[in-house]
Write a protein that binds this ligand. Structure first.
Ligand code: COA
Length: 171
């Protein structure tokens, strides 16, 4: 899988990405907007483990966002099961050095299209922490619609807060 876009390339994680992954992922401003299982601080050992896991998954749904030749971010789908098997959750992050250039919007658009083409999905959604308007904006620009606010659904940095749900459905 490789999606060549205007400002970035989306492709599988591979060995050799470890150093740039650590450089971009080891950032509290990223960690505070993602799941707690995203390590912080982000070590070389964490990077090796992630690249190993991403390489072993089948089907492959987690990819690197490559900017100017280096793996500077991640984007992926979590395919749900049972009665949610036509749903996937999308997640993403990008190294702060590249924020504000439209890169993740482009990546979300492309991975969403790829997800609908590749899997039997009717819905892709994202849950955003209430203090993350940039991510909400990305989703809006990529064609997702705001569906609702799950009150006090999240705890991050010991703060209980609301989760904003955005989704796109297969037309
Ligand atoms: C959120 C994130 C993915 C955005 O990536 P990006 O490549 O900078 O996004 P884009 O440049 O495509 O778009 C960002 C939009 O948010 C807007 N924005 C940025 N900060 C904002 C703020 N504080 N309030 C409102 N809008 C904001 C930008 O102006 C831009 O919108 P515009 O094109 O209308 O001007 C990136 O900042 C990131 O990795 N954050 C940490 C991890 C994270 O939040 N992951 C998502 C978890 S749901």
């Amino acid at each position: 899988m490789e999606l060549r876009l205007k400002n970035c390339v989306i492709r599988p994680w591979r060995s050799g990405d470890e150093e740039s992954l650590v450089m971009h992922a080891n950032n509290r401003n990223i960690w505070r907007n993602v799941r707690d299982r995203f390590p912080h601080p982000y070590t070389l050992e964490d990077a090796r483990e992630w690249i190993r896991l991403a390489g072993e998954e089948y089907p492959q749904t987690n990819f690197a966002i490559v900017v100017e030749g280096e793996a500077a971010g991640g984007i992926g789908l979590v395919l749900k099961d049972d009665i949610y098997r036509c749903t996937a959750e999308i997640g993403y992050w990008l190294g702060e050095a590249y924020w504000g250039r439209g890169i993740v919007t482009e990546a979300v658009r492309a991975l969403t299209r790829w997800g609908f083409e590749k899997f039997d999905l009717s819905r892709i959604y994202a849950g955003v922490l209430e203090w993350n308007p940039a991510s909400m904006r990305v989703l809006e620009k990529a064609g997702y619609q705001f569906e609702g606010r799950l009150r006090k659904a999240i705890v991050k940095e010991n703060q209980v807060m609301d989760e904003f749900i955005y989704a796109i459905i297969r037309e």
